[in-house]
Design a protein around this ligand. Structure first.
Ligand code: MOS
Length: 694
């Protein structure tokens, strides 16, 4: 087991070190970076869902004053590789989804580029497309694996026999709609070629990942690509890997007479070009004995992927380890469609999957005549049911008992619809939260002593708005046993040692563990009184316990909702999340992460749904007016607390990651509260008003 690093700077609620610059507007985001004589790019997007461009006329666009070039598949540079259809921008006339790039205008201003893009005339050979997602779709198939690398299907014991013998059986289908990442900062890139070298300012969750993705596409060595991303205005996974816009910007910079190219997606373009969460149809069957002990869990999921590039959301994966049923089955089926490419969105898998499973658990509790919290207590596994390994730490029930007292669970009406206050039906509900611990390999950090008492700590990590600038400085201060003021942290640039992407809630643990290892190596090499200029680079430590434990975080989500008896309007008046996620490095930024995830869960529960018009392959509500994300008025009293804990099986830092667990279970807690308020069980998100007017 790792040796515990003592907390001094860690554990304090240090304010964001980048906060003042962000509030004053002086922190540069990707598009803000001043470059000499930039060219602005505006794309032309396909208006059909499938087919080919039969002709394209750019003459009128090219004639506009201020237009520098118009790129199409006929004149765009060839990529060194085009096997990934998402990245094969302008490499041919084929169209795989509505919204795909088919041309791009480079101009002196963004306004000119936008205007001229509208003058590009296009003819199509339209092919029959399919953008209709249904669970019974005949084209569905089993992916080779699901996101995260897990197998698509699992089976343990005999689910059918257990269900046939069960005293209580729950058999229901739950659906979640498409979800679209809407970080405040749109996806944007500034690209410049300097000879054979490429310089990028990109809004990304991982500068090294951008470099590694682009190098083979453009046939150059990774070292010839520099990527900088000092500040990022959110991502939620949509900036975890580059999307087609980065390729287009880099390609355009090959055609701009050496001038840098600036390209920011519009909000509407983000709905087809930045990845999104697949809709899901989840068939959940639970069997229990007379005491409410689960004998069977079956979670069978159908979701979509684009036909041109597979993404398989791991929706049924959490059902493999949550509860102690001896008979279990999980499966994932993908319906390939002519739609934009789905990808990562906060807690892929756990987020939609815990809506189905945790709503089903609430229904099972009622069928068994048990309090929903008692049902969880009766089904708590001793070991990970899937792997048979011990959990490094599993405090799910403690999260529930802690939260129940604080939230006032005893005020929950035992009878659904039993509380009416001033015309509003009031209800309380709960759900489990979980997210796995990932530690990414391949990280390195460098530490150099300045001689004046300061240490420069370098790692090519990212801060996508979560607080990495702040917490990594805290970790470094404790690892070096120096005051915070003595740490000069450098992140967000490929000139720094390689670091993994800020994704999978893995950043702080992966990078922090590497900084601790580098500090140890520095001290071993240079002693306690290092000379000026002393420097050491070290890789992430090997994990001596790798594979011995099941590492997951857990939590309990509580929600109180008010559903108007006449209009069906639903308000979330209170939420409390209680989490067990290992060591918390900075309570202030951690709380922000947790309540941010829960707030995104409110959006998932109440509002967010990408509406695909299958006739056109178009996400019709592709803006923030019609795709509503929670605003202040939607968010009541949301609070998050956590259990004091250090998980040394997760490394010397003892932290398991907090970026995603806050959204898991949140929508189920709200739907369960809505049922408690009204007696109406909604199994289809979002919980819109008409669904309560039966
Ligand atoms: Mo998150 S979806 O792993 O950025």
């Amino acid at each position: 087991m790792a040796e515990l690093l003592a907390s001094k700077a860690m554990g304090t609620s240090l304010r964001r070190v980048d906060g003042v610059a962000k509030v004053r507007g002086t922190a540069p985001y990707a598009f803000d970076h001043p470059v000499e004589n930039p060219v602005y790019l505006f794309p032309v997007q396909a208006t059909i869902a499938r087919g080919t461009v039969s002709w394209i006329d750019t003459a009128e666009a090219e004639a506009v004053a201020g237009v520098i070039a118009v790129l199409t598949h006929l004149n765009a540079p060839r990529l060194a590789r085009s096997d990934d259809a998402e990245y094969a921008v302008l490499q041919g006339p084929g169209i795989g989804f509505r919204g795909q790039f088919i041309a791009a205008v480079l101009a002196e201003t963004g306004e000119i580029a936008c205007h001229a893009a509208g003058l590009v005339a296009v003819g199509y050979d339209i092919a029959v497309h399919d953008a209709s997602f249904t669970a019974g779709h005949p084209g569905q198939y089993t992916p080779g694996q699901v996101n995260g690398g897990a197998v698509p299907d699992t089976a343990a014991g005999d689910v059918e026999a257990a269900l046939a013998e069960a005293a209580v059986v729950l058999d229901q289908t739950y659906t979640t709609p498409a979800g679209h990442n809407n970080p405040m900062e749109p996806h944007s890139t500034v690209a410049a070629w300097e000879g054979d070298s490429l310089v990028l300012y990109d809004s990304t969750q991982g500068v090294h990942a951008v470099r590694q993705t682009l190098a083979p596409l453009f046939g150059i060595a990774p070292e010839n690509i520099q990527v900088a991303a000092p500040n990022v205005g959110g991502g939620f996974g949509s900036k975890g890997l580059p999307h087609a816009h980065v390729v287009l910007a880099v390609m355009a910079a090959q055609c701009s007479n050496g001038r840098p190219v600036k390209f920011a997606l519009t909000r509407q373009q983000m709905f087809s070009l930045a990845g999104y969460r697949t809709p899901t149809v989840q068939h959940v069957r639970l069997g229990a004995d007379g005491a409410g002990r689960l004998t069977a869990i079956s979670h069978e999921v159908v979701e979509l992927t684009s036909r041109i590039k597979e993404f398989a959301e791991q929706t049924a994966v959490p059902a493999r380890m949550m509860y102690a049923a001896p008979n279990r089955r999980t499966s994932h089926r993908l319906v390939p469609l002519d739609v934009p490419v789905p990808s990562w969105m906060r807690a892929p898998g756990e987020c939609p999957g815990m809506f189905g499973l945790e709503t089903a658990m609430d229904e099972l509790a009622e069928a068994c005549g048990l309090d929903p919290l008692e049902l969880r207590a009766r089904n708590e596994p001793d070991l990970d049911p899937e792997t048979g390994k011990p959990f490094s730490s599993r405090h799910l029930l403690e999260c529930f008992t802690t939260g129940a007292g604080r939230f006032g669970w005893d005020r929950r009406s035992a009878v659904p619809g039993g509380r009416l206050e001033d015309g509003w039906r009031v209800g309380i509900g709960a759900a489990s939260a979980t997210y796995p611990f990932y530690r990414n390999p391949g990280n390195a950090a460098r530490i150099a002593y300045g001689g004046d008492g300061t240490y420069t700590v370098q790692i090519g990590a990212a801060d996508l708005g979560t607080g990495s600038w702040t917490v990594l400085a805290q970790i470094a201060a404790d690892a070096l046993d120096c005051p915070l003021e003595a740490v000069r942290l450098e992140i967000g640039d490929t000139s720094l040692p390689v670091a993994s992407v800020a994704g999978g809630s893995s950043g702080t643990a992966s990078w922090g563990g590497t900084i601790i290892a580098a500090a140890d190596a520095f001290r071993k090499e240079h002693g306690d009184r290092p000379p000026a200029g002393a420097a050491t680079q070290a890789a992430a430590p090997e994990d001596p316990e790798a594979g011995r434990y099941a590492l997951h975080s857990f939590g309990a989500q509580f929600a109180e909702v008010r559903v108007h008896a006449d209009t069906g309007e639903l308000r979330v008046s209170r939420m409390l999340g209680v989490f067990s996620a290992g060591r918390i490095i900075n309570p202030r930024t951690a709380r922000s992460q947790f309540i941010g995830g829960m707030t995104m869960g409110i959006g998932m529960a109440l509002h967010e749904a990408g509406i695909m018009d299958p006739r056109f392959g178009l996400v019709v509500n592709h803006d923030l007016a019609d795709y509503h994300i929670p605003a202040n008025a939607d968010v009541g009293d949301v609070d998050a607390i956590w259990l004091e804990e250090v998980d040394l099986h997760a490394g010397a830092l003892g932290a398991r990651g907090i970026g995603e667990i806050g959204i898991t279970g949140a929508a189920a807690a709200i739907a369960n509260a809505a049922y408690n308020a009204t007696g109406i069980r909604i199994r289809e998100l979002p919980l819109t008003a008409e669904k309560f007017l039966s």
